[in-house]
Write a protein that binds this ligand. Structure first.
Ligand code: C2E
Ligand code: MG
Ligand code: MG
Length: 647
């Protein structure tokens, strides 16, 4: 008896705590189906059933002591209530386990019908017992007795316990190891309680052992303090991993809407921490209102994820649109009224991402901001890092195995009517990079530091080529090499170049270094200083891709370049537009008047050649003469040109 009273008190305390300590924003899911599929609601159901069973049991036993005609009705009613709630307790327990590991998701109504059948039959037995006395009955002296079908009620409990165990093992992978251990212990203890109660019916320990188990569940699985992000009130990244593991391992099809507030870091610098905290809370509260508390996760500063499962009928595309619409309007908190920018992307599971590792990788690379304004980021863009990583690996492999080559593209002099120089261009012998241009993988090599080794390789290979003097014999004055500004960030650049050059005995004037203008050329003192040092030693420079991106006229004057290479796009645009044509002519004129050579890139047709000659460009590089060629074919090309062959 004291066990039952303790069970009642313990479960009641758990219930009060669960309801009061739950998050402030907690709302019950709408609709019976969603309630049954909610882990937390089923936990509350377990507690309520336990409390009511214990209360009925205690009341029943109390009335038994004063058994009389007056109280027999209440006596009967309390016994019936005990069985009714105890039977509900068993099915709730199985359903709870299935909600924890996701086994309950996406099942058909037919499944649930068969699943609930033992429960429905048992409750029918309890509800019709007053007519049949099959489960229990009261004798003439108002004493309680078990009926012939009572074992069926125990069998019902056993069925759901077994089902719980089966589903637990079937979807063990869907819960984290710690949670799995907690459930295993709870199932074991529940079985023990039921067994002891079965063997010693007078020892009413079952409900008490269950109360203890619920207390354990509450601490281990329900009270997710460690799963909360205090700054937003949303679930955190750990909870996100748990939720996705559960959905993926049970084979669900669902979508994740990722929301990133792109300018939150900037606003954090401008406004006080308190105001920003309130703003982030506002946003998180709004996101909860369009999803649900269980489906909103805060991944890191200003980055949220919303889970949209088909089962819940939430459409990811509509959610993404709603987010973008909302972010088109102002956010108000305290004294602040701000328009926040956001990037939204939809990830489909399993089509886009099929494992937790893939998802983690995707999230860790994050969104890259590309231009102002809120926008929907296509998944292909979001996952560009994957492709980049493959490219990077292929490149690393090629660098390690020395599968690098230098090809040469002729630079033709208008005045001398022959090839006078060449540009050295990197080629990588790799199946993965076969279809890619260096324009795509050089920036990656810069990002991952491989550019240093690549740059030194190209420099050395060009020096080796020049040492043999075949190029010189064929009338080549110098070779242009592309130099990434990233290479200047390594202190020993000049030292290494000098060491290599000296080793091959190549004079500095045989080399001309091409630099592409960028913000870093202008701003980083390291770049300017290294260029100055090299210039004072006798190296010369070309300004590459002039007319694109960060074209700085001041740099043109200060830079003291030997050649300025006009980007191909300038030439190609000039063919279709009179304004672009005039601009190109004027630029060529200005650059020539500064004493620099103009190398026109991208000359492919006789018309383009003629146009460049007329406007004063004095060096030409382009497919019209030749594409970049491997060393031997380049020498053959030079030989043919010298003997009056082609052009
Ligand atoms: P870039 O320095 O502007 O090199 C010229 C690019 O234009 C070469 O592309 C060349 O093949 C291409 N090209 C030349 N004439 C024509 C033409 O008439 N029509 C067309 N459509 N294209 C033409 P490539 O070899 O793919 O190289 C692309 C870029 O990769 C280079 O642009 C350069 O920025 C970079 N790069 C190549 N090799 C190296 C290297 O060894 N080191 C560094 N840092 N960058 C390199
Ligand atoms: Mg170049
Ligand atoms: Mg160029």
């Amino acid at each position: 008896m004291s066990f039952e009273i303790s069970a009642f008190i313990l479960s009641l305390l758990c219930l009060v705590y669960s309801l009061s300590a739950k998050r402030r924003q907690y709302h019950l899911p709408k609709g019976l189906k969603n309630m049954l599929l909610s882990q937390h609601v089923m936990f509350l159901a377990l507690l309520i059933c336990n409390i009511l069973s214990a209360a009925s049991s205690v009341g029943g036993v109390y009335l038994q002591a004063i058994a009389s005609r007056e109280v027999v009705f209440w006596q009967y009613l309390l016994h019936a209530c005990y069985f009714f709630f105890h039977t509900t307790l068993s099915i709730s327990f199985a359903l709870y386990i299935m909600n924890v590991n996701g086994a309950s998701m996406g099942r058909s109504p037919r499944f649930y019908f068969y699943f609930a059948l033992p429960y429905l039959c048992s409750e029918l037995l309890v509800l019709t017992n007053s007519f049949t006395g099959a489960a229990f009955y009261m004798d003439a002296r108002f004493l309680y007795h078990r009926g012939p079908l009572m074992p069926l009620l125990y069998a019902n409990g056993a069925v759901y316990l077994v089902l719980g165990v089966l589903f637990f093992f079937r979807y063990k992978q869907a819960v984290s190891r710690a949670d799995s251990l907690a459930i295993a212990v709870v199932i074991a203890l529940t079985s023990l309680g039921v067994t002891i109660q079965g063997l010693y019916p007078n020892l009413q320990v079952e409900l008490f052992s269950e109360s203890l188990n619920f207390l354990a569940l509450m601490i281990l699985l329900e009270e997710r303090g460690g799963h909360m992000d205090p700054a937003t009130g949303a679930l955190n990244r750990l909870a996100f991993a748990d939720a996705n593991r559960r959905l993926m391992e049970t084979g669900q099809t669902y979508q994740i809407v990722l929301v990133k507030l792109t300018d939150i870091a900037l606003f954090s610098k401008l406004f006080s921490g308190r105001e920003m905290d309130a703003l982030v809370m506002r946003v998180s509260g709004w996101l909860t209102s369009i999803s649900s508390e269980q489906d909103l996760f805060s991944l890191r500063d200003g980055e949220f994820a919303l889970l949209c499962s088909e089962a819940e009928g939430r459409d990811a595309a509509a959610t993404a649109t709603a987010v973008l619409e909302r972010f088109g309007q102002d956010w108000k908190t305290g004294s602040l009224t701000l328009r926040l920018e956001t990037m939204v992307s939809v990830v489909r599971v399993p089509e886009d991402v099929a494992s937790l590792t893939d998802l983690e990788e995707l999230l860790s690379s994050g969104f890259r901001k590309a231009g102002p304004g809120s926008r929907l980021v296509p998944f292909a863009e979001l996952s560009a890092h994957r492709r980049n990583r493959r490219i990077e690996q292929a490149l690393r492999g090629a660098v390690n195995d020395r599968r690098l080559h230098v090809w040469y593209q002729p630079i033709w002099s208008v005045q001398k009517r022959r090839t006078v120089a060449a540009e050295a261009l990197l080629r990588v012998d790799s199946e993965e990079l076969r279809t890619l241009s260096p324009e795509e993988y050089i920036p990656l090599a810069e990002q991952c530091g491989l550019i240093r080794e690549i740059g030194l390789f190209v420099f050395e290979d060009v020096c080796r080529f020049l040492r043999d003097r075949q190029a010189e014999a064929a009338g080549l004055s110098y070779i242009e090499l592309n130099l990434s500004v990233h290479q200047f960030l390594y202190d020993d650049l000049v030292e290494r170049f000098e060491e290599i050059r000296a080793r091959y005995g190549v004079p500095r004037e045989k080399l001309n270094l091409e630099i592409t203008e960028s913000a870093s050329t202008d701003k980083a003192p390291a770049v300017r200083e290294a260029m100055e040092t090299m210039r004072s030693m006798g190296y010369t420079f070309s300004l590459d891709d002039f007319g694109t991106g960060y074209s700085n006229l001041v740099q043109l004057i200060r830079g003291n370049y030997k050649n300025v290479k006009m980007d191909k796009s300038l030439l190609w645009d000039a063919e279709g537009s009179a304004a672009a044509s005039r601009l190109l002519d004027s630029l060529i004129h200005v650059i020539r008047s500064l004493g620099c050579n103009v190398v026109q890139e991208g000359v492919e047709t006789p018309a383009q050649l003629e146009r460049t000659e007329t406007s004063g460009g004095n060096l030409i590089q382009g497919y019209y003469f030749s594409r970049p060629l491997p060393e031997d074919r380049f020498l053959t090309y030079l030989g043919r040109e010298a003997s009056g062959g082609r052009r």
